[in-house]
Design a protein around this ligand. Sequence first.
Ligand code: DO4
Ligand code: MG
Length: 286
Amino acid sequence: MKLVKYAPPGGDEMFGRLDGDEIIPLLSTGGQYQTLTDVLEADDPAAVVALLTDADADRVPLASVSLLPPVDRQEVWAAGVTYIRSRKARMDESEGAAACYDKVYEAPRPELFFKAMPYRVVGPDKPVRIRNDAAWNVPEPELALVLNSQLKLVGFTIGNDMSSRDIEGENPLYLPQAKVYDQSCALGPCITLAPAMPDKPDIGIHLAVIRRAVVAFEGQTTAAQLHRTFEDLIDYLGRDNTFRYGAILLTGTGIVPDDSFTLHAGDVINITIDGIGTLVNPVVQG
Ligand code: DO4
Ligand code: MG
């Protein structure tokens, strides 16, 4: 079961259930479930969706609305160096900090960093940004865990952890500037509730960057290559940390383009993850 947040033209933000290329609006009039977060907090979100579904309600064509990022007030966090490809890329980009990246890949404690407040997150088809003061920029296609306020894994979405590799490579202490800026994170297009996801080894992740209608970069991996368990990442995130609205946790990238590649304004990033769908974002700079 897939859930979306959306806005009809000129209308208020709503949430609904995705069914092919249509949305079944979920009625939130007056009851306990006013927001997508309320549904994710339920013991059985799928049962609540069934409760909120009016079989006679008009279905909304997906093409007639703007999809919004599937977050309300959740903080967005991210894990790093969780795939061997990411470890190699970080060690190559930063001679001085290579040992840090090597160590964190093997260490029991993962690298976790704060990525975005919801207002910095963009949804499907909205532009992600490359920084004006960075020359080497990449998308990071990541499977994102949707956690409720008890840090229960209730669903999955797609995340793009946009990153400036030259800033990060210059000095690891610059990581927050390489990672956190306006429109540096995209999420969407939907949340797939946990019971509907394929098993971890079967979750394929694919990235394509389109430049002037030609594929400028393409790569793929699977969540089987993720060096840590979801439970382990969630456990560390929750140590001495409460998340009253829940959290989104990006699980790290397993796809890093060759060092000669950098994003350009005008590129279009397509990230496809099995069981969820495709997140598409154009790139802007400035
Ligand atoms: O340590 C740098 C960040 C790594 C990262 O974001 C990733 O591996 O996805
Ligand atoms: Mg990342």
